[in-house]
Design a binder for this molecule. Structure first.
Ligand code: ADP
Ligand code: ASP
Ligand code: MG
Length: 405
């Protein structure tokens, strides 16, 4: 008997009819002789609606209360799915993240899973139950509820697959798999049959929200192949795995975009040791990740320091950066929330020259100004104006001939 972990995203369980559709698919997997653990997201836009509710009653909601509130979305869908399965005659039980043994650190709203105690899930499987686990949540040492960051149910699924030593980990969503670009932006985007962990990790970290980056990272660390496929169609999907043949490796695989970006510039910074350390240490202590850091060459010992953060971190970052800027004697700081990122990703970038040139030429032909550039071995990212991001994605998809992938 195989053990299968399946995850169904928010749009796949958006209403009663869709929950019944998902329940039928799960029941079929179980009838085919598999043990099944299901991770489920909150219905449709529930998480966004809960966030709005919180901000309706409070300008600055407590992160602890917010995490408990958001975790309820997944609890609603998991209980409904368990009921739907029972109505089909299948034995099923729902568990919260805490009941499923998911333990996390204390970083509310972006907690990391520290450990999973799978005993309860295993017991329920042994009783013949299909186990439905509420995604996106866990419990910290204080027994408080934490959430794993937007899109975090994918990570719940892969972490459970690791902990249960599952035979399969399947992520079901509202598209047929991983595409060469977001199919909602590029209508000619092509579904990939397979993609390597490294490329998928760069894609999702730089905005392809079809997979939560931490889920891909766990898949890579524990070498668990992850299937991404449609919860509405019977189609083969995309397999994320580590054994991609060399032939598939020498090109750009995909384009990603991210609109959750803000740019911070500290102007007129004295160029002396310790300044960058002070700024980035305090941001890190507040759990704010910094990306794309650029420091200009200094003129008369004065320089400018620019970096990007998630737009959703802009308010706390402003509170941290402003006092440091005056402490260090900087002239000014500028916060720009109107930027976005566009990235080309592919293992070919590391071995063949010319990709950067083609990217920059394409953007310039579209009249798009590049503000900042960052690279990894297999990725080139440009920070551009937010309202140009979609045009940039389409132009780059054409320039790298990805519609012929
Ligand atoms: P779920 O609710 O199932 O977790 P998400 O909305 O988180 O679904 O992720 C699926 C969405 O990811 C798709 O609807 C698509 O718009 C978006 N997406 C972004 N980039 C890609 C890509 N490269 N391939 C497929 N989907 C992508
Ligand atoms: N419901 C959460 C979100 O909307 C988690 C998830 O869907 O994976 O981000
Ligand atoms: Mg998702």
């Amino acid at each position: 008997m195989s053990l299968v972990v399946q995850k169904y995203g928010g749009s796949s369980v958006a209403d009663g009819e869709k929950i019944m559709n998902v329940a039928r698919r799960i029941a079929k997997t179980s009838e085919n002789g598999n043990q099944v653990v299901v991770v489920v997201s909150a219905m449709g836009d529930t998480t966004d609606d809960l966030i709005k509710l919180a901000y309706n009653v409070c300008e600055n909601p407590s992160s602890r209360e917010l995490d408990v509130l958001l975790s309820t979305g997944e609890i609603v869908s998991s209980t409904l799915l368990a009921m739907a399965l029972k109505s089909l005659g299948a034995k099923s039980i729902s568990l919260t993240g805490a009941q499923a043994g998911i333990r996390t650190d204390n970083s509310y709203s972006k907690a990391r899973i520290t450990n999973i105690d799978p005993r309860r899930v295993v017991r329920e499987l042994e009783k013949g139950n299909i186990v439905i686990v509420a995604g996106f949540q866990g419990m910290n040492e204080e027994m408080d509820t934490t959430t794993l960051g937007r899109g975090g149910s994918d990570t719940t699924a892969v972490a459970l697959a690791v902990s249960l030593e599952a035979d399969k980990c399947e992520i079901y969503t509202d598209v047929a798999g991983v595409y060469t670009a977001d199919p909602r932006i590029v209508s000619q985007a092509k579904k990939l049959d397979e993609i390597g962990y490294e490329e998928m990790l760069e894609m999702s970290t730089y905005g392809a929200n079809v997979m939560h980056p931490r889920a891909v990272e766990l898949g890579q660390i524990y070498n668990i192949p992850i299937l991404v496929a449609s919860s509405f169609l019977e189609s083969p999907g995309t397999l994320i795995h580590g054994g991609i043949p060399m032939e598939g490796r020498n090109r750009v695989t995909g384009i990603a975009q991210d609109l959750n970006v803000a740019k911070v510039t500290i102007v007129g910074v004295p160029d002396k040791p310790g300044i960058a350390a002070t700024i980035f240490e305090r941001l890190a202590n507040a759990g704010i990740s910094v990306d794309t850091i650029v420091q200009n060459a200094s003129i008369e010992n004065i320089t400018d320091l620019t970096f990007t953060i998630a737009k959703s971190d802009l308010a706390p970052a402003t509170e941290i950066v402003k006092p440091i800027a005056s402490e260090i004697g900087a002239r000014d700081c500028i916060f720009d929330p109107t930027v976005g990122k566009v990235s080309i990703i592919g293992t070919g970038i590391q071995t063949s020259p010319g990709y950067a040139a083609r990217m920059f030429t394409t953007l310039s032909q579209e009249g798009i100004n590049i503000m900042l550039i960052s690279t990894s071995e297999i990725r080139i990212t440009c920070i551009i104006k937010e309202d140009k991001v979609k045009d940039a994605v389409r132009a780059l998809h054409r320039a790298f001939e990805l519609e012929q992938a």
